[in-house]
Design a protein around this ligand. Structure first.
Ligand SMILES: [Zn+2]
Ligand SMILES: [Zn+2]
Length: 346
């Protein structure tokens, strides 16, 4: 026993010495770095089947969080790749997921608050650089043309610099400019078994604002965008497999409002008060999630994003067991011909 232990210790010490000499030599560092790049740059192999997949590229709201990007949900199938909303920081998560940006079919905006549009230029640039074969279309309710025209103007010089540097053969000029397409409630996309349908939501005074329902091979997902829970939202989420809904925890926001008020931060207190009437309250989500027909409810665009276990517990207060809090880089997989939803945390 003692002898076996000694041999084990000698082998362990030897391995440690070898590892240290690799990490500390230039050749070893170059070798390790190249291996790492290969792993990091290889696209994920498991998106090539009949499943409908949802990737959380941003789970937060305008209230800042170091560990979360703002609103962003990617819809991925073997043949399609759409992104619902493009909140700040979400390109970082998409890059980390190694999703094939050159395959990006379009960005679907729910409305034009800054926390839903800030990363559009990053997504445009990355998909252009990766070889997207057509201009990137930004879908959204009336007003989308104004947003897209403004972005195209703001990034005109950036496009010029990049084409001058890399050449128009690598970066065709016309593919760097965004295209806009207005959506009304109704079918927005219908291709190869994928249907995306817009529906009106209530995010007053932001109007029009929409959410999207995605159907693919018998599986269904709703992404609410920013809305309060209305009878229409309850109707639109009935019988849906997975509902991603924006969520505001009133107990947390009211406590924040009270505390910053006591600290004399009146402007912050006023803003925290104003935001309480145009997001889905967790207390209202309880009724929606209790519809027996919804398999999974996932809270995203959380106001505020929970930062610790206590906040998570308050967020989930009163909610049934089919409700989960999302995290950035989380995956939901809905295989065709099944009732299953596989939830994968990062
Ligand atoms: Zn909003
Ligand atoms: Zn928002």
């Amino acid at each position: 026993m003692k002898k076996t232990f000694s041999i084990f210790m000698i082998i362990a010490a030897g391995l440690l010495l070898v590892s240290a000499s690799i990490v500390n030599s230039e050749k070893g560092q170059d070798f390790l770095f190249q291996r790492l790049v290969k792993v990091v740059m290889t696209p994920p192999a498991d998106i090539d089947d009949d499943s409908l997949r949802i990737f959380v590229c941003g789970s937060s709201s305008p209230l800042l969080d170091l560990n979360r990007a703002q609103a962003c949900i990617a819809v991925v199938t073997r043949d399609h790749f759409y992104i619902v909303d493009a909140g700040a920081g979400s390109m970082r998560n998409l890059g980390d997921s190694r999703l094939p940006m050159q395959r990006l079919d379009g960005i679907l905006l729910t409305h034009f608050h800054s926390d839903h549009i800030a990363a559009i230029p990053d997504m445009n640039l990355n998909s252009w650089a990766q070889g997207r074969p057509a201009p990137l279309t930004v879908y959204g309710p009336a007003g989308v043309a104004t947003v897209v025209a403004g972005l195209n103007q703001a990034y005109q010089l950036d496009r010029q610099y990049r084409v001058a540097h890399h050449g128009a053969d690598l970066l065709p000029v016309e593919l760097g400019k965004l295209a806009a397409e207005v959506v009304d409630p109704g079918v927005v996309v219908e291709q190869d078994g994928l249907t995306i349908t817009a529906f009106a939501v209530d995010h007053e005074p932001v109007s029009p604002a929409v959410g999207y329902r995605i159907d693919y091979r018998g599986r269904s997902v709703v992404v609410s965008g920013d809305t309060i829970v209305t009878d229409e939202i309850i109707a639109v989420t009935r019988n849906v497999d997975l509902v991603l809904i924006d969520a505001l925890s009133l107990p947390i926001v009211k406590a924040l409002e009270r505390t910053v008020g006591e600290l004399g931060m009146d402007r912050n207190a006023r803003i925290l008060h104003d935001i309480q009437d145009y997001h889905a309250l967790t207390s209202d989500i309880a009724a929606l999630a209790s519809q027996g027909s919804i398999k999974q409810v996932a809270l995203y665009h959380m106001v505020p994003p929970p930062r610790n276990y206590v906040m998570e517990k308050i967020f989930l207060r009163g909610l049934p067991e089919n409700v989960v809090l999302t995290e950035d880089r989380m995956w939901f997989t809905l295989p065709a011909g099944s009732n299953e939803i596989e939830v994968r945390f990062p």
